[in-house]
Design a protein around this ligand. Structure first.
Ligand code: AHM
Ligand code: MG
Length: 343
């Protein structure tokens, strides 16, 4: 008989592997797991209760906020506030970070960043959405409140990151820097159970994933590369929920792209809440993540909580090939400007 390993058992087991671990990170991960179960319960019954639909407010990016987003946001904040292991939170749904007063005189060492419900435009049509999170060790003094600088750290400083996908099954995938593991929620016992041990992304895959509807709004380099993917007979898959697109990419390989468009000249996806945590996971699984300017995502300096970036990530050979392709065929700056109608 196969032995079931629950998320809690696995986290505790892993803590024993690190002699320096104090248990705080372990506690945080467990609290995120609890919040994920609560959010999962509501996502699953979204069609039954009057919780779906636009709430009527706008988030800090000027986008309409849906009720389930706010529910997930509130639950994650509540769970983390009560944990006592976290001194501050930054959420995609909040303009500023939220300092947390120390609980039971603990001097919490970590800050948590998250996108509570990524892909929210998909909620009303029953397509998979997800929660993305990242954990950083604070830079400021543990005796005082957390500061902006605790959040504006490069992705290389992440101590843990993960996501939860609320899909055909609910799966939590995380890494603390020594590989990536996935846990599927067994609703009959209410536990996340180890189902995807030590995930390794294939070196290549059959899929490219990009919003092809924006094709004419992409730079010529990206258009050519997308044509090349099509010429290679790669299959196009684009869910429009980054967690779902990255989950597929992680398991079966492929390349995911969100280049700059006219509407989003710096790219749409947020560094802190989407690009960094998911790039960390992809790298931990053996993949690569760069900008369309060929810079490693995890090396990008952070200047703003809601900073955006372009992104190309996935199977290592495919990202390398994209880089080589664009470098080989890129139009020199002068003629590129004239190609875009700029004189
Ligand atoms: P969100 O955080 O507001 O849901 O936006 C992020 C989402 C990603 O999940 C997804 O990859 C992307 O936006 C889809 O954008 P588009 O519809 O422009 O292709
Ligand atoms: Mg998002």
């Amino acid at each position: 008989m196969n032995t079931i390993v629950t998320l809690d058992e696995f986290i505790i087991q892993r803590q024993k592997d690190f002699s320096y671990a104090s248990g705080e990170l372990t506690g945080l991960l467990r609290d995120i797991g609890v919040a994920a179960k609560i959010v999962n319960r509501e996502v699953n019954k979204a069609g039954l209760v009057n919780i779906i639909g636009v709430e009527g407010s706008e988030n800090s990016h000027g986008e309409s906020v849906q009720k389930l987003d706010m529910y997930a946001n509130d639950k994650l904040i509540d769970c983390l506030k009560n944990s006592g292991e976290c001194c501050g939170i930054a959420s995609e749904e909040n303009e500023s970070f939220i300092p947390i007063k120390s609980v039971a005189s603990k001097n919490a060492k970590y800050v948590v960043v998250f996108d509570p419900l990524d892909g929210s435009s998909n909620i009303d049509v029953n397509v998979s959405v997800g929660t993305i999170f990242g954990i950083y060790r604070r830079k400021s003094n543990v005796k005082g409140p957390c500061k902006l600088g605790d959040f504006l750290q490069k992705g290389t400083e992440l101590v843990a990151a993960g996501y939860v996908i609320y899909g055909t099954s609910t799966i939590l995938v995380y890494s603390t820097g020594s590989g990536v593991n996935g846990f599927t929620l067994d609703p009959s016992i209410g536990e996340f159970c180890l189902s995807h041990r030590d995930i390794k992304i294939p070196a290549r895959g059959q899929y490219y994933s990009v919003n092809q509807g924006y094709y004419l709004k992409f730079d010529v380099d990206m258009r050519r590369y997308i044509d090349y993917c099509s010429d290679l007979n790669l299959r196009l898959r684009y869910i429009g929920s980054m967690v779902s697109d990255i989950h597929r990419t992680l398991l079966v390989g492929g390349i995911f792209l969100y280049p700059n468009t006219r509407k989003y000249p710096n790219g749409k996806l947020r560094m802190l809440y989407e690009c960094n945590p998911l790039s960390y996971l992809i790298e931990q699984a053996g993949g690569k993540a760069i900008t369309t300017g060929m810079e490693r995502i995890l090396d990008i300096e952070m200047t703003d909580l809601h900073q955006r970036s372009t992104i190309v990530m996935g199977s290592p050979d495919m990202v390398d090939e994209m880089k080589a392709f664009v470098q080989r065929y890129s139009i020199p700056a002068v003629s590129k400007n004239s190609a875009n109608g700029v004189s």
